[in-house]
Design a protein around this ligand. Structure first.
Ligand SMILES: NC(=O)C1=CN([C@@H]2O[C@H](COP(=O)(O)OP(=O)(O)OC[C@H]3O[C@@H](n4cnc5c(N)ncnc54)[C@H](OP(=O)(O)O)[C@@H]3O)[C@@H](O)[C@H]2O)C=CC1
Ligand SMILES: O=C1O[C@H](COP(=O)(O)O)[C@@H](O)[C@H](O)[C@H]1O
Length: 504
């Protein structure tokens, strides 16, 4: 990340779930990296909240361990950490106890007096979703002690459990806070390569003219993980792959790929363009779900030489669980740009390869003038955007093989972030998004209507699956690409899922 020129205003950051996994793994490492790069405000305090008992020092050590394990910079206990850690403290409180909230107001007042300015206040809700409504109601009272315009509430995913609960949560939050105070976070939107799709599409004249149904045959999005559900069985049993990944991350990616060109980078302009895409996705009727969506659950097996438990054997998982750990679907967008172009998406745990890629496959040239034998090696033009772990963009096109015959074969033109900018300099998604919150930039966050529109897309699938428990679970092995039906979903249309070669 480039060095900061203008820093965000003085800010007190309260992290509900300060003692939790997300804070240790992602949030504090992100704030630490922002600090190293000079992006943190001159005056700031990070206050972790939770019921667990921690002294400030013990809490700092716990977070430092997280930095050592998870941060992109694993710096030792040096001067920078020493300075940074002075800005961290811990407040033991039960979020369900209304009386505890006065301690938060006291903290804000204390820092306002110390810094001689009324600070911005960020409430980051990194807690289980069922706690969010209650905390939000109580926070509305805390904000009354300060300047409403300086208060921001960050809500982690999952945002609701279904359309109804998401709508109710939106109504509640909108009754307590203004929409521009609410930051519904989706960390995929903070990923460098995801943001780069916007740059690629809208800062170049090259792609936009062919970015439509006239030239694009179909689009694929794969978000595959090599990890299983690990110790998140309790959460996952109420979620599943469709709610956990498709409703949010994958549909947001689809929006960025399919949206119309924005007039400006104003938050609402971008969100309007994205919500138009969601609203145009063809509704799948419940009785058509089997033709458009596939679910899977991993059984036991082997993963990279280690024995892997079946999902149904994981901690806090029902031994007869019908929850899917894999989901694939085909969507159509009914508008002028995308009519008839299928968007295939898939995501799963314990897949063969950790990879998030977008593949855009172009149509055949209208006329093939080359010798007929060269047609054997003809492959469609394909643009692959690799989001992680490698960050690159590769364009496949036909080239003439050197020699006296007109012999063609497909080649790749590759833009690699690592080669262009060096490795390890790119900020983590949470760095970008936390800085955006401090700066009051909501462009990469979801608006209420976007979240609900995304739920509307997946609800028929959820309802059909819940109404008809699977008979074939578990139906895929760890270290595979999911159930066979997922191959059939795309093979029926004459295509295959695209993968990149695994690196040595
Ligand atoms: N972990 C991850 O990688 C990701 C997590 N998320 C989301 O972030 C949120 C948090 O997840 P995660 O950190 O994994 O969950 P954890 O279970 O690790 O943490 C939950 C936190 O909530 C706190 N908490 C629970 N009840 C109370 C209470 N009554 N009062 C105060 N604090 C309470 C716990 O603190 P204590 O026990 O000390 O009270 C703990 O700090 C979830 O919504 C999750 O979906 C989203 C993306 C990725
Ligand atoms: O939100 C979530 O995302 C992670 C995958 O994130 P990534 O940045 O590693 O791709 C996923 O493991 C988790 O189940 C889900 O809740």
């Amino acid at each position: 990340m480039a060095e900061a020129t203008v820093k965000p205003p003085a800010t007190v950051i309260f992290i509900f779930g300060g003692s939790g996994d997300l804070n240790q793994r992602k949030l504090t490492p992100a704030l630490y990296n922002l600090f190293i790069d000079g992006w943190m405000p001159e005056q700031f305090q990070i206050i972790g909240l939770g019921r667990s008992e921690y002294s400030d020092d013990k809490f700092r050590t716990h977070l430092f361990d997280g930095i050592q394990e998870f941060s992109r910079r694993k710096d030792g206990k040096d001067k920078i950490w020493e300075t940074f850690s002075k800005h961290i403290s811990y407040l033991q409180m039960d979020a369900e106890n209304p009386a505890a909230y006065s301690k938060m107001s006291d903290e804000v007042k204390k820092f306002a007096a110390e810094w001689k300015t009324e600070p911005h206040v960020m409430f980051y809700l990194a807690v289980a979703p069922q706690l969010v409504p209650d905390i939000a109601v109580k926070l509305a009272k805390v904000q009354e002690c300060g300047d409403k315009q300086k208060t921001r509430v960050v809500v982690e995913k999952p945002f609701g459990h279904d359309l109804k609960s998401a709508h109710e949560l939106n109504q509640l939050l909108n009754s307590l806070f203004d929409e521009d105070q609410i930051y519904r976070i989706d960390h995929y939107l903070g990923k460098e390569t995801v943001q780069n799709i916007l740059a690629m599409r809208f800062a170049n004249a090259l792609f936009e003219p062919i970015w439509n149904r006239n030239y694009i045959d179909h689009i694929q999005i794969t978000a595959a993980e090599t990890v299983g559900v690990e110790d998140r069985g309790g959460y996952y049993e109420r979620s599943g792959a469709l709610r956990d990944m498709v409703q949010n991350h994958i549909l947001q990616l689809l929006c960025i790929l399919a949206m119309e060109a924005p007039v400006s980078f104003d938050a609402n302009e971008i969100r309007n363009k994205k919500v138009d895409v969601l609203n145009a996705i063809r509704k799948i009727s419940r009785d058509q779900v089997h033709a458009y969506a596939v679910r899977g659950q991993y059984g036991e097996g082997w993963m990279k030489g280690e024995k892997a438990k079946a999902y149904r054997q994981e901690k806090n998982v029902d031994p007869k669980s019908a929850i899917e750990t894999f989901a694939a679907a085909k969507f159509y967008i009914d508008n002028w740009r995308w009519q008839g172009v299928p968007f295939y998406v898939r995501t799963g745990k314990y897949m063969h390869q950790k990879t998030t890629i977008v593949s855009i496959e172009f149509k055949q040239p209208p006329h093939y003038a080359f010798p007929s034998e060269s047609a054997d090696t003809w492959r469609p033009n394909r643009l692959i955007i690799s989001i992680q772990p490698d960050m690159d963009i590769r364009l496949r096109f036909q080239a003439k093989r050197p020699g006296q015959t007109m012999s063609l074969n497909p080649v790749d033109m590759i833009f690699s972030y690592k080669d262009a900018y060096g490795a390890g300099h790119e900020p983590e998604a949470y760095e970008t998004l936390l800085l955006d919150v401090m700066e009051g930039n909501a462009t990469q966050f979801m608006r209420a209507d976007q979240v609900e529109a995304a739920w509307k897309v997946v609800m028929p699938i959820i309802e059909a699956w819940e109404a008809r428990p699977p008979v074939d679970f578990p139906n895929y092995a760890p270290n595979s690409w999911g159930p066979e039906d997922a191959e059939a979903l795309i093979a029926r249309d004459g295509h295959n899922w695209v993968t990149l070669p695994t690196k040595g």
